[in-house]
Design a protein around this ligand. Structure first.
Ligand SMILES: *Cc1c(COP(=O)(O)O)cnc(C)c1O
Length: 234
């Protein structure tokens, strides 16, 4: 496992790169949130994140995140960035503060009624996951079906849509990711206008492509290996 000191060095380097691309793109550095992705790493790494003063982590598997959350005391926010199966909705709602990977009407309705049944009055923040690169191997609603899904989501009482998320197709050619990022931003702008909805968040960019994502308008970069070292599995 990575040492705390190495993590702090990695964090400083990633933040420098974020600041640099923000400067070059004429964006304020506060407009980009760094979400450390701790999937496959131990719960101790989540404590590193907390010690460094970052208040949140991203995880892609519900049981793994739930397990780590039990081990980590404190006040972290947890974000789900991986596919959510409908039989895990209950545990996901206990574990996560925001769900970035909502990609179907069935899941939307199930989340809405489950949050309502909690009777806590909370409203669940979500992002809609879009397959902006039309990658057959990826989850996410297509750009064509997104309008309808958003319209449904905007009508639900216990859910607040904060924006869109995408994972581009795996490729050595950064143009592939760049295309998906720009397409997502254009689609967001179009939908915000069409539905008169605020959709402030664009969750896009990972260790290998966050510079391109920020240039394209990302507000949340999800970074794992650049902070915690190369992952063995997952
Ligand atoms: C794993 C993962 C990341 C982080 O990937 P890195 O390349 O390690 O930065 C970001 N987003 C999602 C959805 C992931 O599953």
């Amino acid at each position: 496992m990575i040492q705390y000191q190495n993590f702090i060095e990695n964090l400083a380097r990633v933040r420098d790169e974020i600041a640099e691309v923000c400067e070059r793109s004429g964006r304020r550095v506060e407009s980009v949130m760094l979400l450390p992705v701790t999937k496959t790493y131990s719960a101790e790494v989540v404590s590193y994140v907390e010690c460094a003063g970052l208040g949140m982590v991203g995880e892609n598997r519900v049981p793994e995140a739930a397990e780590k959350k039990m081990q980590v005391k404190g006040n972290m926010k947890w974000e789900l960035i991986g596919h959510l199966q409908s039989n895990k909705v209950g545990l996901a709602l206990k574990t996560f503060d925001r769900i970035q990977s909502v990609d179907s009407e069935g899941l939307l309705l199930k989340l809405n009624s489950a949050v309502g049944a909690e009777e806590t009055g909370r409203i669940l923040p979500i992002l809609l996951q879009v397959n902006a690169g039309d990658d057959p191997a990826k989850y996410g609603v297509s750009c064509q079906e997104l309008d309808r899904l958003l319209e449904i989501a905007l009508g639900l009482r216990h859910i607040r849509v904060e924006g869109l998320m995408t994972i581009p197709q795996l490729s050595k050619d950064l143009k592939v990711a760049e295309y998906a990022f720009n397409r997502l931003r254009i689609k967001r702008d179009e939908l915000a206008e069409k539905f008169q909805a605020e959709l402030p968040e664009l969750s896009m960019g990972m260790s290998g492509d966050f510079v391109e994502a920020i240039k394209a308008g990302s507000t949340i970069v999800r970074i794992g290996s650049a902070l915690f070292g190369v992952r063995k599995v997952g």
